[in-house]
Design a protein around this ligand. Structure first.
Ligand code: FAD
Length: 312
């Protein structure tokens, strides 16, 4: 068998990549995890909806995960991956520091970047007063005055989820007239509708306290839910030629099977890089599944090689 630096190179040490690394390292695979050090939820002080770790800091979760994975011999490097190509039986991955590493299998778990609506003042509240996921951050603002910014059909669903948490919800249409059935569904659940555009976020003592509308009026709210544009870290998968299909945010999302296998033999992807709505536990489950599938795939290779050796 051709020698390589690792059996499996994992790109991304978030909940998906580290869960895969745990499965693989415990299966005595030689694992190297490369990480750019920017987990998507790093801006949030606490994470929620994560059984057994509800309220933990996201950074504590990945730090704990790194320790657990390292205990089984996996190597974790703070290093961005900048290229990936096949070379015979192996993959060659280029790192930001100019080195290259080879591996028998690749798992891409680089997550995604959130591109926020360009409202002045919004970014400084991201992960606190401004959020996107009612399951992650909704309970913390229950019964408060909450606004939901329209940014596509999914926003109508988002505002109805938020209404479950508070009776004082305003839907910001950003100047768009809603079709009658959509408007009726909002009015029926006592959701206020504001058609004036948002000019900026109002901050009082560092806390989000309202929204300045384009005519100068202020809408007092304590939280705003938005739907950022998702930009997955999938450039290298596209470079490798992995199949994709049109999905949310007009992006060509890499397609995977139930185990995270892409159309490229030997290449898997898991977590937000392929599933924009996956939360921490969902991403961890996808990584864990991919890790086990990669190990099984390597075992299949090893059976084939052993049979060939015996025949020879
Ligand atoms: C504000 C906010 C709050 C959230 N709150 C919650 C919550 O309360 N509960 C919950 O369950 N979910 C929450 N989420 C969702 C959560 O962030 C994601 O589900 C989770 O981070 C996805 O894990 P992942 O492993 O796919 O990606 P990530 O956690 O984003 O990890 C990906 C890693 O890959 C690295 N990377 C990317 N490209 C490269 C490259 N080329 N080379 C090397 N490394 C690379 C990145 O630097 C990063 O460290 C929240 C998200 C946001 C934005």
């Amino acid at each position: 068998m051709t020698t390589s630096d690792a059996d499996v190179l994992i790109i991304g040490a978030g909940s998906a990549g580290l869960s895969a690394a745990l499965m693989l390292a415990r299966s005595r695979r030689r694992v190297i995890v490369l990480d750019g050090g920017a987990p998507r939820n790093a801006v949030a002080a606490h994470m929620h909806g994560v059984l057994g770790r509800d309220g933990w800091s996201p950074l504590d979760l990945v730090a704990t995960g790194r320790d657990e994975v390292a205990r089984y011999g996996a190597i974790i490097e703070s290093q961005r991956t900048v290229s990936a190509a096949r070379d015979g039986e192996l993959f060659v991955v280029g790192l930001a520091d100019g080195r290259t590493l080879t591996a028998r299998r690749l798992l891409f778990a680089g997550g995604l970047r959130d591109e926020l609506p360009s409202i002045p003042g919004l970014a400084e509240h991201w992960g606190r007063g401004a959020a996107h996921c009612p399951y992650c951050d909704g309970w913390e603002v229950r019964d408060r005055r909450i606004a939901v910014l329209a940014s596509g059909p999914a926003s109508l669903h988002q505002v109805q989820l938020v209404r479950q948490l508070s009776a004082e919800v305003t839907y910001l249409t950003e100047g768009t007239e809603l079709p009658e059935p959509d408007l009726a569904a909002l009015v029926a659940r006592d959701i206020a509708v504001e058609t004036r555009r948002v000019a900026s976020v109002v901050t009082t003592d560092g806390v989000l306290s309202g929204l300045r509308l384009h005519d100068g009026a202020e809408l007092p709210v304590e939280a705003i839910f938005v739907r950022p544009r998702a930009i997955p870290a999938d450039e290298l998968l596209h470079d490798l030629g992995a199949a994709s299909e049109a999905g949310p945010d007009d992006h060509a999302w890499i397609t995977v099977d139930a185990t995270g296998r892409t159309s490229i033999p030997g290449v898997w992807a898991a977590g937000n890089i392929v599933s924009p709505f996956a939360t921490v536990p969902v991403s961890a489950a996808a990584g864990s599944t991919a890790g086990a599938a990669i190990n099984a795939d390597l075992v299949d290779d090893e059976i084939r090689s052993a049979l060939e050796r015996n025949r020879a």
